[in-house]
Design a binder for this molecule. Structure first.
Ligand code: FES
Ligand code: FES
Length: 367
C-alpha cells in the first residue's frame, strides 16, 4: 500500500492505494464515482477518459499511485463547466448518444476539442475522436454536436499554448497514460487478511495445519496430486459465474513456531493466467479450548483472469473460501462429521457480498 494525496473533483484526498490499482478502479470502487466507464481496459476505447491536470487521460491504464499531487476531474466534477454544459445540451439535441456507455469519455474528449481547436472542421473533429469508440451512433450526431458547440464561440479561458499537444495521426494526447516516470511502478500484489476462530485448542489446530491433505480437503476445488515432505503439487478449480479456471501448480511450506509460510505458483491451463502467492499464517491461543488462525496472503495474477482481480471481488472470494475452509476444518477437527467442501462457489452469493460492501461504503461516504 502507498499513501497518496491528490485532488479529485476539487476535493483533497489522501488514501492508501495498492500500486497496481488503476485510477478508474479507484474512483469507481473507492469513491463511488461511477460516471467513469470501463470498456476495453486496454487504453483503446476511450470510455474511461477523464482529466488529469486538465489533460484527457485513459484512467484504465493509469495507476492511481502515479497521480500523487495531481488534479483529477471525472465527469461528475464537470457538472458546472461552461463548455460541458453546452456539450450536454448539444449531445441531446443532435441525438449524439444511444446507450450512453461511451458518453462520459466522449464528452471529456469533446470538451478538449472545443477548448484546444476552436477552428476545427468536421474532418479534424473526426480525427480527434479516433481514440473514442462508439458502437451505437455512427458518430454523425457526435460530430454535429461538437460542431454546434464550436459554432457558439463560447467565451472561456483558452488552453495555454504550451499545453497544446502536437497532433499525431492516430495517437493523440488522449491515448497516453500519464505515467511519466522512467521506471514504471511494478505491482507487488495485493494483501488479503483473514482471521478464523476455531473451537479447538491451539495444538490441535497446529497439528491439523501440518497435514496438507487434510487442509486441502477443506478447500473448495482443491486437489492434492503429490506431497514430498514440504513440497506439494496440486490443482485448484475456480468457478464462479463466468470466471472459470483450473490452476495447476506447486507450493512449498515452511513451519516455524506456531507460524509458517506458503510459497506457491500455478497456471490456468486454458487462459494461461499465472498466479504467484505468498501466504503467512500463525496460530494463537484464544483460551485453553479455542484458537485463532491469522492469514496474510500476497498474490499476483498475470493474464486474462487478472481482469477479475478487483479488490472487492477478490476480497469477497477470499472471505467466501475462508468461511468454507473454516467451517469444514472445524467440523473435521471436532469430529462432528466429515462435511464435504463444495466444489463450486455461489456466484449469486459473491455478487451479493460485493454489492453489500459497495452499499456500505456508499452509506459511509454519505454520512
Ligand atoms: S476502458 Fe477502454 S480506454 Fe480505458
Ligand atoms: S452511445 Fe452507445 S456506445 Fe456510444
Amino acid at each position: 500500500m502507498n499513501e497518496i494525496s491528490f485532488h479529485v473533483n476539487g476535493k483533497p484526498i489522501t488514501a492508501e492505494i495498492t500500486p497496481r490499482t488503476h485510477l478508474a478502479d479507484y474512483l469507481r470502487e473507492s469513491l463511488c464515482l461511477t460516471g467513469t466507464h470501463l470498456g476495453c481496459e486496454h487504453g483503446v476505447c476511450g470510455a474511461c477518459t477523464l482529466l488529469v491536470d486538465g489533460e484527457p487521460t485513459r484512467s484504465c491504464i493509469t495507476y492511481a499511485v502515479a497521480c500523487a499531487g495531481r488534479d483529477i476531474r471525472s465527469i461528475e466534477g464537470l457538472e458546472h463547466d461552461v463548455v460541458m454544459a453546452a456539450l450536454r445540451t448539444a449531445f441531446s439535441a443532435e441525438h449524439a448518444l444511444q446507450c450512453g456507455y461511451c458518453t462520459p469519455g466522449m464528452l471529456v474528449t469533446a470538451r478538449d476539442i472545443v477548448r484546444r481547436l476552436p477552428d476545427a472542421d468536421d474532418d479534424r473533429i473526426r480525427l480527434e475522436l479516433a481514440g473514442n469508440l462508439c458502437r451505437c451512433t455512427g458518430y454523425n450526431g457526435i460530430v454535429r454536436a461538437i460542431r454546434r458547440v464550436l459554432d457558439l464561440r463560447l467565451n472561456f479561458e483558452t488552453v495555454p499554448v504550451d499545453r497544446v499537444s502536437e497532433m499525431a495521426p492516430i495517437e493523440t494526447a488522449t491515448t497516453k497514460p500519464i505515467l511519466k516516470i522512467a521506471k514504471p511502478i511494478q505491482p507487488t500484489g495485493d494483501g488479503l487478511r483473514q482471521t478464523l476462530s476455531f473451537a479447538v485448542p491451539r495444538d490441535i489446530l497446529w497439528r491439523a495445519l501440518q497435514d496438507p491433505a487434510l487442509v486441502a480437503s477443506c478447500v473448495p476445488g482443491a486437489t492434492i496430486l503429490s506431497i514430498a515432505q514440504t513440497h506439494i503439487t496440486g490443482e485448484m478449480a475456480v468457478a464462479f459465474g463466468p470466471i472459470q479456471g483450473k490452476f495447476n501448480g506447486s507450493a512449498d511450506v515452511t513451519y516455524g513456531d506456531y507460524e509458517g509460510t506458503v510459497l506457491g505458483e500455478g497456471q490456468d491451463k486454458i487462459s494461461k493466467t499465472k498466479l504467484t502467492a505468498k501466504a503467512f499464517f500463525s496460530v494463537t491461543e484464544a483460551d485453553v479450548s479455542s484458537s485463532v488462525l491469522a492469514l496474510t496472503i500476497n498474490y499476483s495474477l498475470r493474464g486474462a483472469l487478472a481482469q477479475f482481480a478487483r479488490g472487492p471481488v477478490v476480497q469477497a472470494f477470499a472471505d467466501e473460501i475462508a468461511g468454507i475452509v473454516g467451517q469444514t476444518l472445524q467440523a473435521k477437527l471436532s469430529g462432528s462429521g466429515t462435511m464435504i467442501a463444495p466444489k463450486r462457489l455461489s456466484a449469486f452469493r459473491l455478487a451479493g457480498l460485493v454489492f453489500w460492501r459497495w452499499l456500505r461504503k456508499l452509506l459511509n461516504l454519505a454520512s
